[in-house]
Ligand binder design. Structure first.
Ligand SMILES: *[C@@H]1O[C@H](CO)[C@@H](O)[C@H](O)[C@H]1NC(C)=O
Ligand SMILES: *[C@@H]1O[C@H](CO)[C@@H](O)[C@H](O)[C@H]1NC(C)=O
Ligand SMILES: *[C@@H]1O[C@H](CO)[C@@H](O)[C@H](O)[C@H]1NC(C)=O
Ligand SMILES: *[C@@H]1O[C@H](CO)[C@@H](O)[C@H](O)[C@H]1NC(C)=O
Length: 412
């Protein structure tokens, strides 16, 4: 197993940069002065090159062909030693860019023409070989390495954590997330949700959430692996971090996913949401994210009206747990609760009467306007309070309109 560095997964960008440098370097070098030689006998691994000297050559170490990092570090360290040479890879890049001006390129093209076909061919092969040697592992290879660590039960916990951190970065592009599914990696990550250490469970939930987001293929696989109920239990964790990441994963699995929502509600998802929302000791960020999820679920119903509405939107206890959030001292939470109520009011479910009689929405909205009036007077939160007040007014109007429909027109 090749261990690159503490941050293997950054090598993609680094590799691209290096490849670019080498193309430029090879282009200039091949045409202008030096020869590229593979020195089979050399024991001093390194790249040596002196501009303007016909005798110089690039010597590629053959001692350890499997160890790409030795080639790179040899190049970098050799460059460090050059008199007036490059102190870093960046220096090499600067030099290469500086020497890639049109005139130099024209000259090198002319020089190249003077070479025989065989010589050109040989040179190309050598450059290709050099590039192959320096080729960085692909994202799929990096994912496989991380998965090998997860499979290995004797890997220490820090390495397990690091493997998951790497996956967290790697799964961000949708193609990689799909590859993770194809590599059978999702099952491994889902398995980590049962790890005894909270931080391993937390980062595993994070990886699952990130890979599932807006990805029907991954959502389907993760749901089939039965991860949703595990994640739902984790939302009630005593660790706020774990609860938040678990909720993130739950949201990613059920947003815009009908099968996910059905499973969520069949496993008492509405009770879970209520438990978090009505517990004033639960973490404030967790509560904000939970009420946002409610908001999104209601919005999803609006956009997909063929579906029967989830009964929670007509459940008085559920609705009360949201209305009660308007009394929170956290303005952000208040705003998110208003947004959720706004979306819920758009649904066909007759809930305005419940919102009035059981949840006391009328009184809550009145109390809110007085409070917001106080906040606008203060400087810091003033603008935000104004926008929340506008939203509050909108909710109040929608509410009264719907109440009229339900009690008047709706009753006939
Ligand atoms: C290859 O390296 C050895 C040892 O450093 C040196 O003696 C020899 O001249 C080199 N050959 C070429 C072709 O550069
Ligand atoms: C690769 O080469 C580097 C630098 O020479 C060395 O530190 C490292 O131990 C080598 N790794 C392997 C796996 O041989
Ligand atoms: C599992 O991990 C241990 C400890 O890092 C390592 O020594 C061993 O080679 C690994 N096994 C496999 C099959 O990779
Ligand atoms: C409320 O949340 C706190 C903090 O997570 C937790 O310790 C407590 O058990 C919860 N209370 C209920 C009734 O669920």
């Amino acid at each position: 197993m090749v261990r690159w560095s503490s941050s293997r997964f950054h090598n993609g960008a680094f590799g691209g940069l290096l490849a670019g440098v080498l193309v430029l370097l090879a282009l200039v070098v091949s045409g202008v002065t030096a020869d590229i030689q593979l020195n089979e006998t050399s024991s001093s691994a390194g790249l040596s090159w002196t501009p303007g000297n016909e005798e110089s050559g690039i010597v590629i170490p053959k001692s350890d062909p499997g160890n790409e990092s030795s080639v790179i570090s040899a190049i970098v360290s050799e460059q460090d030693q050059l008199d007036g040479g490059f102190s870093s890879l960046e220096g090499m890049l600067q030099w290469a860019i500086g020497h890639s001006d049109p005139a130099a390129l024209k000259q090198s093209a002319q020089d190249a023409q003077r070479l025989s076909a065989a010589e050109l061919n040989k040179r190309q092969m050598e450059i290709k070989e050099l590039m192959e040697k320096l080729k960085m592992p692909s994202d799929a290879q990096l994912m496989q390495t991380a998965l090998d660590d997860l499979k290995n039960s004797s890997v220490p916990i820090e390495d397990r954590h690091r493997a998951l951190e790497e996956l967290l970065v790697l799964v961000e592009p949708i193609d990689n997330a799909n590859d993770l599914a194809k590599l059978g990696g999702l099952a491994l990550v889902v398995g980590e949700l049962n790890h005894p250490a909270s931080d391993i469970r937390t980062i595993s939930a994070w990886v699952i959430g990130k890979a599932s987001q807006n990805n029907a293929l991954v959502q389907k696989q993760v749901l089939e692996l039965g991860a949703l109920s595990t994640l739902m239990k984790m939302v009630l964790s005593n660790s706020a971090d774990e609860a938040i990441k678990a909720l993130y994963a739950v949201s990613a699995l059920i947003r815009n996913n009908v099968a996910g929502q059905d499973l969520f509600f069949s496993e008492a998802g509405d009770k879970l949401l209520m438990d978090v929302l009505s517990n004033s000791s639960s973490n404030i960020r967790l509560r904000r994210k939970t009420v946002s999820l409610v908001s999104d679920l209601a919005e999803g119903q609006l956009e997909n009206p063929v579906r029967e509405e989830h009964s929670c939107f007509g459940n008085q206890l559920f609705l009360k747990s949201i209305v009660d959030l308007t009394m929170s001292i956290d303005l952000d939470l208040q705003e998110k609760a208003l947004l959720a109520i706004k979306n819920i009011l758009q649904l066909k479910t007759g809930n305005a009467v419940i919102l009035k009689d059981f949840c006391g929405l009328d009184d809550a909205l009145e109390r809110m306007t007085q409070e917001l009036d106080g906040v606008t007077a203060e400087e810091s939160d003033g603008d935000f309070a104004v926008s929340v007040e506008n939203l509050r007014r909108e909710v109040q109007m929608t509410f009264h309109k719907k109440l009229g429909e339900e009690t008047g027109v709706g009753a006939s």
